[in-house]
Design a protein around this ligand. Structure first.
Ligand SMILES: Nc1ncnc2c1ncn2[C@@H]1O[C@H](COP(=O)(O)OP(=O)(O)O)[C@@H](O)[C@H]1O
Ligand SMILES: [Mg+2]
Length: 496
């Protein structure tokens, strides 16, 4: 009846009609037949539920606990709850609900904080609902229909902009042990990146940490251009998993509107842990480090949703990976490294010396990088990497005084430039560093000639001036004093 009226164009009516369409023709009920830990077994719905399907278990007292089917055993459906199971007992009713959870975002969601169900949790009132329903679980765009990664994206962090340049639509991992500065780095990226919109998923952190991060690190101006999805560590695993899906779905909404989206997820490890808990509860066998096989099937499904779109917009993804005990080869880190287009490794030793962000450049890589840079930029970075690597090789000998100055010109050079490189790499969290300035500052630090502006255009005329590569840096006469002074101030107690 309502299908053809003039009102169907209005969002409210469309939402209503969509919802009517989703309602089941009849109500279907089952009964709870067992509860074991988090796992609720329901009889009577096995013919109508499928994996991923939803139902509400009605606890004594009438509270509804949304649940999701994660398996079937002996003709019963196995469900995991999205909330507390308090009051759920044998014989409680379980009612089939909509099969596919969706979200209806609008641009008014910017500046807001939501939970895994897409409900506001920032006390700023209700969220307007948009016209289009975005499924929380969506497949990534087809590989052949996807654009290629776009031009460079200015991430506002000097060390990443220059040494680990990212392109629009690229996906990078930030790998580190706990307390090495992942969250602080993420907040810098959220505030300083030249993207249209941030979608930030905070998954599995403690509640207090989330509040502090939102207020102290992200701040009001960072929040204004972000939507933040939060699922804290005390929430059930399906909720934490759904927060990751929602983060991707919201990114897709903004991408489909032609925006360049920066999708930040902290952390993929906690998401993988939620998957592990779900897998184990459903009776999957544990494989490596207790992670079940489905975890490694699911990770690429989610991370692949970031990337270039098929049309205008893109999702640049930065995902943190917690490496427990600083073991960079644990299974989740390994799997994620294989899926992404590069990794940024933060190292405790560097943080302990006081240099933030504590990026170990020699262990980090951006796989799009040599191709997106000009010849001059690549030469500059190669030279800087060579100096860093020589210094690291000799570091031990230098520190204990076993290296005699003058015995190897390359090592002498590495020692000479090391404090300047350290100063260049350090960046206060309140400072934004533009991508163009980064190259000029690095060139100045290494006494290499540099022509601002000409740098980013392919095959620029300046390339010839850098032809000498490493040797050019041996001429201290080239030093440009202005950027060097700026760096000295910034360095503070950091550097060495
Ligand atoms: N850029 C930075 N500048 C100064 N201190 C930092 C910086 N990054 C991290 N820190 C210090 O390290 C601590 C832990 O950082 P955090 O980002 O919370 O670590 P993670 O998220 O890896 O556990 C912070 O509380 C802060 O004291
Ligand atoms: Mg953190």
């Amino acid at each position: 009846m309502a299908g053809k009226g003039p009102l169907t164009g209005t969002p409210a009516l469309k939402i209503f009609l969509d919802e009517v369409e989703q309602l089941p023709a009849e109500r279907q009920y089952g009964r709870v037949s067992s509860v074991l830990g988090m796992l609720v077994e329901v009889a009577g719905l096995d013919r109508v539920l499928s994996i991923g399907g939803r139902c509400d278990v009605i606890a004594r007292g009438g509270r509804r606990v949304p649940c999701e089917a994660v398996g079937f055993r002996h003709g019963r459906a196995l469900l995991l709850p999205f909330g507390s199971l308090q009051g759920v007992g044998l014989g409680c009713k379980a009612e089939l609900t909509v099969a596919e959870p969706t979200v209806r975002p609008t641009d008014a969601w910017l500046g807001r904080v939501v939970n895994a169900l897409g409900e506001p949790i920032d006390g700023k009132g209700p969220l307007p609902q948009g016209r289009d329903a975005y499924p929380l679980r969506a497949a990534p765009p087809p590989a052949h229909g996807r654009g290629r990664v776009g031009g460079k994206i200015d991430l506002g962090v000097r060390a990443i902009n220059t040494f680990l340049t990212c392109c629009r639509g690229q996906r990078m991992g930030i790998f580190a042990g706990s307390g090495v500065g992942k969250s602080v780095l993420l907040s810098m990226l959220a505030r300083y990146t030249a993207a249209d919109v941030n979608v930030i998923g905070l998954i599995g952190e403690r509640g207090r940490e989330v509040q502090e991060w939102l207020e102290d690190e992200l701040g009001p101006e960072g929040l204004a251009r972000s939507v933040v999805v939060v699922a804290t560590s005390d929430e059930p695993p399906p909720t934490r998993r759904q927060a990751a899906y929602l983060t991707m779905a919201l990114s897709e909404y903004f991408r489909d509107r032609g925006r360049d989206v920066l999708c930040l997820m902290d952390s993929v490890t906690r998401f993988a842990m939620a998957l592990r808990e779900i897998g184990l509860a459903a009776g999957e066998p544990p494989a490596s480090k207790g992670y079940t096989p489905s975890v490694f099937g699911e990770l690429p499904q989610v991370l692949e949703r970031a990337g270039p779109g098929t049309d205008k917009g893109s999702i640049t993804g930065l995902f943190t990976v917690l490496v427990e005990g600083d073991d960079h080869n644990e299974p989740v880190a390994d799997a994620v490294r294989g899926i992404l287009d590069g990794h940024i490794v933060l190292e405790r030793g560097i943080a302990e010396r006081g240099r933030y962000p504590a990026i170990n450049l020699l262990r980090s890589i951006s796989r799009t990088m040599p191709a997106c840079n000009s010849k001059a930029e690549n030469e500059l970075i190669t030279q800087a990497r060579r100096l860093l690597s020589t210094y690291e090789d000799m570091g031990e000998l230098i520190r204990i005084g076993a290296y005699k100055a003058g015995s190897d010109p390359q090592v002498d050079q590495a020692i000479h430039y090391n404090p300047r490189l350290e100063a260049f790499l350090g960046q206060d969290k309140s400072e934004r560093a533009g991508i163009e300035d980064g190259y000029a500052q690095l060139a100045a630090a290494l006494d290499m000639p540099w022509q601002t502006g000409a740098a980013t255009t392919e095959g620029n005329a300046d390339a010839g001036a850098n032809e000498a590569g490493g040797e050019a840096s041996a001429q201290p006469a080239q030093q440009k004093p202005r950027p060097a002074r700026r760096k000295a101030r910034r360095n503070g107690g950091g550097g060495e």
